[in-house]
Design a binder for this molecule. Structure first.
Ligand code: HEC
Ligand code: HEC
Ligand code: HEC
Ligand code: HEC
Ligand code: HEC
Length: 484
């Protein structure tokens, strides 16, 4: 029988002479139990703070690994001289345990060391696993890099994709994506630490994975079908906040299958393919559109306004295959225009449309220039009730609660869209899903682009939607649909 106590005492005695290994061992002995307890608390989701994760994976784990490093430096490089030999050094083991009589001691030492090594290995695997998991949570991406990411995580929280993790869109699956994202991640952590990131953060136009590896893991555009009725509610800036409606029948179409790709999602069909070249970081100025058809033919639409000598970048940095993100560029970080923010809140009842001039007053308050966010929120909270008290004193009594609620809702609209620290204001990021200011779809669907045969990319309104009503009060089509 091998006595562990005997082996352990030989082992421990050595430390008295090998201060370097001893230091390493002390660090390991302190971090080892702490790591086990903290990693378990994290796995069991007992503690939710992102700082707790940073403590485990940013401080404890590196210390644990550092302890091993110091231990092995001592083991291999210290105490191997003839006088300073310590049983905790490679030199000592080599010199003393080569005799048969000493092999039993050696065996004990090896056994003990193996037990420790296995214990440490298990802890490292556990921490590696939970650490990887932690680095993929919105809690890590969005909250830890607090100030720089807070607009994106706030916008993500209130988007239809709030339950989709940041990494599902930004990293995608597969080993290559995993490794390149970790390398990019290290660069970003450095940028956040030294504060060298841009404000606002630029859109990750080059960094985003192809949508096939992200969006299409969950969405199947080849299975989309039919048209979709879209109703947009708007309110005028008059006393009554007159309600206007736009009704569009969107030709959502399909990415394939059945009768084949057609309508809006024809762009992502797996037969035809579109490549385009662009001239700016935001991909707003498009210079060429190449349509590769399933039959092998190619049609090139050129923008004659962009001259070859004006190309701002090398070809590989200015061409892209068209995918979901070229239209759905804001699926998770949706910032609204002040009008949209007001209209949505009036439409869903957060702001009562019975308050006279609320659209006009609300717009004024949320778009005014303020020295700070705190001041903005404070002014919004006090100025709205004050205005109603002055101009509609009879309302302030009867609809007082509505006014307070409207003010709170205006504050929320401001908080969700404006981030002065990151230089994000109204309209910093715009959506391509439409054609505001001739952007979005009209970047390609306009009459400037021309193919060799003189044709252009279609722009008739009915290519994409049928406009059933535009900014009408009580449009007939909607009343018909509602059976009135
Ligand atoms: C549903 C997919 C999706 C999810 C989930 C998602 N993002 Fe994004 N994110 C995008 C797309 C697409 C863009 C590119 C926007 C563009 O090109 O206009 C983007 C852009 C960004 C940007 C650049 C700034 C900007 O707003 O354009 C940052 C930073 C960012 N995301 C961080 C995050 C963080 C942090 C999370 C998790 C809290 C997250 N994202 C979750 C799809 C997603
Ligand atoms: C992990 C799964 C997942 C991924 C990845 C994902 N989505 Fe989604 N997406 C969803 C779910 C679930 C919904 C439905 C949310 C709801 O109805 O509230 C949704 C909704 C949508 C909608 C409809 C939104 C609306 O306003 O109703 C669009 C458009 C969309 N996703 C586009 C994208 C794009 C573009 C990407 C890639 C950048 C993407 N999604 C990535 C799961 C995902
Ligand atoms: C050419 C632009 C374009 C491309 C490319 C595109 N979409 Fe869309 N998508 C749209 C438009 C426009 C709508 C209708 C939006 C609306 O509700 O007004 C839409 C609607 C959707 C919806 C909601 C469908 C519904 O019936 O409510 C989903 C989900 C979606 N797209 C996902 C995707 C995914 C995933 C991809 C990539 C594989 C993709 N889209 C590519 C423009 C595009
Ligand atoms: C990068 C350029 C580009 C952008 C951006 C773009 N399209 Fe297109 N689109 C094309 C090209 C090219 C065609 C094919 C023209 C042809 O067949 O001659 C096309 C065709 C279409 C068609 C007809 C498809 C069919 O059934 O044959 C629809 C519908 C359409 N686009 C909708 C949209 C919508 C909606 C948007 C914006 C959300 C959009 N497109 C943005 C390039 C683009
Ligand atoms: C290439 C496709 C395409 C073409 C061509 C096109 N539209 Fe649109 N249009 C869209 C998309 C996509 C939206 C956004 C729908 C949404 O809000 O989700 C839109 C939205 C609209 C809206 C509602 C905007 C709002 O916010 O109230 C109007 C009005 C409109 N289009 C009118 C037109 C008219 C008029 C034409 C013809 C001159 C036209 N469109 C041509 C794709 C197109």
């Amino acid at each position: 029988m091998i006595k562990f106590t005997e082996a352990a005492s030989v082992f421990l005695k050595g430390f008295r002479r090998n201060k370097v290994s001893l230091t390493g061992m002390i660090i390991i002995s302190i971090t080892f139990p702490l790591l086990i307890v903290c990693a378990l608390l994290d796995v069991l989701e007992v503690i939710h703070s992102p700082l707790f994760g940073a403590w485990i994976y940013g401080i404890l784990t590196p210390l644990f690994i550092l302890g091993h490093g110091i231990f092995f430096i001592g083991f291999f490089f210290v105490g191997s001289g003839p006088d300073k030999e310590s049983p905790c050094s490679y030199g000592y083991i080599k010199n003393h345990f080569s005799h048969v009589s000493e092999r039993t001691n050696f065996g004990k030492l090896i056994l003990l060391a193996s037990f420790l090594a296995i214990g440490n290995f298990i802890v490292l695997v556990l921490v590696g696993y939970t650490g990887h998991h932690y680095s993929e949570t919105p809690r890590f991406c969005g909250t830890l890099c607090h100030s720089s990411m807070s607009p994106e995580s706030r916008a993500h929280e209130i988007s239809p994709h709030s339950r989709v993790a940041c990494v599902d869109c930004h990293v995608g699956s597969g080993m290559k994506n995993f490794i390149s994202s970790k390398i990019a991640g290290i660069r970003q952590v450095v940028a956040v630490t030294v504060g060298s990131y841009s404000r606002p953060i630029r859109m990750p136009t080059h960094g985003l994975r192809p949508a096939k590896q992200t969006c299409e893991e969950c969405h199947r555009p080849e299975l989309f079908h039919g048209d979709k009725l879209k109703i947009i509610d708007r309110y005028e800036k008059d006393e009554k906040n007159t309600h206007l409606q736009t009704a569009l029948l969107m030709k959502v179409g399909s990415g394939g299958q059945g009768t084949g790709a057609r309508g809006i999602h024809w762009h992502v069909s797996n037969k035809d393919k579109i490549m385009y070249t662009y001239e700016d970081d935001f991909r707003e100025l498009i210079s060429e559109v190449h349509l590769f058809k399933a039959d092998g033919s190619e049609i090139i639409f050129k923008n004659p306004e962009v001259k070859a000598e004006n190309h701002s970048r090398s070809p590989e940095h200015r061409s892209k295959e068209m995918d979901c993100v070229d239209c759905h560029n804001r699926p998770a970080h949706i910032y609204l225009s002040p009008e949209e923010a007001m209209d949505q809140r009036i439409s869903n009842g957060m702001i009562s449309s019975e308050l006279p001039f609320i659209k006009k007053k609300g717009m004024e308050l949320i778009t005014a220039a303020y020295p700070s966010k705190e001041q903005a929120l404070q002014v919004i909270a006090t100025a709205l009730p004050a205005w109603y008290t002055k101009h509609y004193p009879e309302l302030a009594g009867g609809k007082g609660a509505h006014i307070i609620q409207a003010a709170a809702s205006l504050q929320e609209a401001y908080r969700e869209n404006i981030f002065p620290d990151m230089k994000i204001g109204w309209n910093t990021y715009s959506s391509n899903l439409g054609h505001h200011d001739d952007g979005g779809c009209f970047r390609c669907h306009n009459d400037t682009f021309e193919a060799a045969d003189g044709s252009s990319i279609p722009q008739d309104c009915e290519t994409c939607h049928i406009l059933l009503a535009e900014d009408e009060s009580e449009p007939e089509i909607i009343r018909t649909l509602q059976g009135e």
